[in-house]
Design a protein around this ligand. Structure first.
Ligand SMILES: CC(C)(COP(=O)(O)OP(=O)(O)OC[C@H]1O[C@@H](n2cnc3c(N)ncnc32)[C@H](O)[C@@H]1OP(=O)(O)O)[C@@H](O)C(=O)NCCC(=O)NCCS
Length: 143
């Protein structure tokens, strides 16, 4: 079947408003925070611009994924697909492409964070061989 969307790297600033609006409307699974402000996104892009991907079709941006690689582990953030375009393989394509790019950088293992009540996302990840880890995640604001 011919895909009705394509993947490409996020472009700043032209894609920012559409992506931010997608995150705001994606539901409880995506919490928009200060790290999503334009200046923080620019900071992120200075590091691995090739790991922030979007899915696009004739209507515009319909999906996002932000990847990261710190030289040891990979991370996945903000996997989101517009509700109208779910169940069409968009997130699967984004995850597969991020995994390929991380592998290409020599990344052996990657992580993601998911809220325990986000059952649809958990099912999605588990079907793609992501395993729940028995650790607590701690965070601290530095700035
Ligand atoms: C979780 C989320 C990203 C999944 O996105 P999606 O694009 O619907 O995911 P996909 O379409 O790739 O896969 C979903 C299902 O659709 C099925 N599917 C894929 N292509 C299909 C097609 N052409 N027709 C019908 N079904 C299809 C897939 O097989 C998959 O089912 P499976 O998990 O049983 O294998 C999306 O629900 C979302 O944005 N949720 C809100 C934000 C969120 O919570 N993100 C996670 C943060 S941790």
């Amino acid at each position: 079947m011919v895909p009705t969307f394509h993947l490409r790297e996020f472009r700043f600033p032209q894609d920012y408003d559409s992506v931010f609006s997608l995150w705001q409307t994606a539901g409880e699974g995506i919490h928009v925070a200060r790290s999503d402000m334009p200046e923080e996104i620019e900071k992120k892009l200075a590091r691995d611009p090739d790991l922030f991907l979007v899915a696009e079709n004739e209507s515009g941006i319909i999906g996002t994924i932000i990847g990261g690689f710190d030289g040891r582990r990979g991370m996945m953030y903000h996997l989101a697909v517009s509700s109208k375009y779910r169940q069409k393989g968009v997130a699967s394509a984004l995850v597969t492409e991020l995994e390929t790019r991380l592998k290409g950088k020599g990344c052996m293992r990657m992580y993601l964070l998911v809220y325990p009540e986000n059952r649809p996302a958990i099912d999605f990840y588990e079907k793609r061989n992501y395993k729940k880890m028995n650790v607590d995640v701690y965070g601290k604001d530095l700035l």
